[in-house]
Design a protein around this ligand. Sequence first.
Ligand code: NAP
Length: 314
Amino acid sequence: MTGVKRVPLGGSEASVPNVVLGLMRIADASDDEVRALVRAARDAGIDFFDHADIYGPGLHACERRFAEALRLTPAERAGITIQSKAGIVKDGPYYDFSYDHLVRSVEGSLEALQTDYLDILLLHRPDPLVEPDEVARAFDHLEQSGKVRAFGVSNHTPRQLDLLRASVRQPIVANQLQLSIVHAPIIAQGVAANRSGLAQAITEDGGGIVDYCRVNDITIQAWSPVQSGADAGVFLGSETYPELNAVIDRLAAQYDVPPIAIATAWITRHPAGMQVVLGTTTPERVTAAAQGSDLALTRPEWYELFRAAGHRVP
Ligand SMILES: NC(=O)c1ccc[n+]([C@@H]2O[C@H](COP(=O)([O-])OP(=O)(O)OC[C@H]3O[C@@H](n4cnc5c(N)ncnc54)[C@H](OP(=O)(O)O)[C@@H]3O)[C@@H](O)[C@H]2O)c1
């Protein structure tokens, strides 16, 4: 295949793949398994890798596993985008956007990843005790010291973004949000807007985050693209979702792609230019999911999947 489609990153000149590889689940993978997973991604045109300080047991475990397995040369390192996250303290848990925590976390990530810089740092989950000026000071230090090249957030509402952006000097290039056909509150709420008696109309995201990101050139990164949300597990092939899987299987046959490509395509079809963050540790599933990168579902097909997942189109 020629490789996944590329989309702009935020309002920047950079173009990034619209399907990327998340490495939250590689803690127990062997060197060979990590290499095979990354090779499948690279073969599909995916050169963008999503990490976080907290992935795996302890701190920086998946970042370390990635670096130790790959042993990237400087040229190989320069050829990929490494994104990581900070701001969650697992022992608690609680959230910490203080200067000291953010800087210490990035330094730990750089050490574990065996690199001098992160291409992108995301603030992992909103901290209600955030001091936006302190985040700004941390971002300035991280940028000026060359440790981080671009900044974004994850799981943030429009108002939380407004608050940060009033202090932070750098553009916020991305907001990583949970999104799959089944877990789609950020889309479904808008579809039900202004209708009474529909639980779907209740905002779970502060309201309008997708439109906010589009207006402000913030790339949405969809995490858990094949999960049904909370702890309900993977919806693909699940007997909990017979109607949805029937539609997915029919469209997969029609487009001659594996079913997981339809799950990808439902997200990449959205005109916001979103990135799908895959979490599979199975190389074949990376290859299969990437086939949905540039599959332009029609409006009727996109809405049929949405309805079959249980969302209302009032
Ligand atoms: N920002 C945040 O708050 C946040 C939160 C969670 C995750 N993330 C990021 O998002 C990435 C993706 O999250 P995720 O792992 O929950 O996403 P996912 O791609 O929806 O789920 C992948 C998981 O589903 C399993 N799976 C079972 N059947 C599958 C099938 N038919 N097709 C594909 N996968 C199947 C995979 O198993 P196998 O590995 O055995 O294939 C893997 O454990 C993470 O790696 C991380 O980078 C971000």
